[in-house]
Ligand binder design. Structure first.
Ligand SMILES: CC(C)(COP(=O)(O)OP(=O)(O)OC[C@H]1O[C@@H](n2cnc3c(N)ncnc32)[C@H](O)[C@@H]1OP(=O)(O)O)[C@@H](O)C(=O)NCCC(=O)NCCS
Length: 143
């Protein structure tokens, strides 16, 4: 298993993984991936095995993140491993790549978020050393 930065030739396989995590992102895929490939404050790392992608992590630099004291903060924007590859250590290696990237950008803290109901993600974050700092409920209202 190789962990490496996303490359333009990955895009068809990357589309499959990314829309598995975020089904609503399909329409904006090309725009969002173009930003990731070209913006110095964004990065994506993929896990590749025998020429196939098994997972990815997207990471950014954010000026502020809940519970953090420093700025900028490395932020896990998206983290996904295909079901048949889970619990084999790929997710951990992807996050390590994201953390190395953020450290190289001068960050001393990482942050992330997860839906309240995604208990497996909470547990996986905890195993990787991420402490829960806040719970949030989002609201909307039509005007
Ligand atoms: C979260 C996710 C990326 C983890 O990927 P993974 O490749 O299975 O992770 P790893 O095998 O590297 O496991 C990392 C650690 O988390 C733990 N872990 C992983 N999945 C877990 C689960 N479902 N429940 C509890 N702990 C879990 C592992 O035991 C491991 O800890 P350890 O090394 O101390 O034993 C993967 O489960 C996934 O894609 N889930 C669906 C998408 C998602 O929820 N993403 C996160 C959104 S915030």
């Amino acid at each position: 298993m190789t962990i490496r930065p996303l490359q333009p030739q990955d895009l068809p396989a990357y589309f499959v993984l990314r829309t598995a995590l975020w089904p609503d992102s399909a329409a904006d895929f090309e725009l969002e991936v173009s930003k990731i490939l070209n913006h110095p404050h964004l990065a994506s790392f993929v896990a590749e095995q025998k020429g196939r992608l098994a997972g990815f992590v997207e990471v950014s630099l954010r000026e502020y993140a809940e519970g953090c004291d420093s700025s900028p903060v490395g932020y896990l924007e998206g983290w996904y491993v295909a079901p048949k590859h889970r619990k084999t250590g790929i997710g951990r290696r992807l996050v390590q790549a994201a953390e190395d990237w953020a450290r190289a950008k001068g960050c001393s803290e990482m942050a992330s978020d997860s839906e309240l109901s995604n208990t497996p993600s909470h547990q996986a974050h905890a195993r990787l050393g991420y402490q829960e700092v806040e719970r949030t409920v989002c609201f909307r209202k039509s005007l």
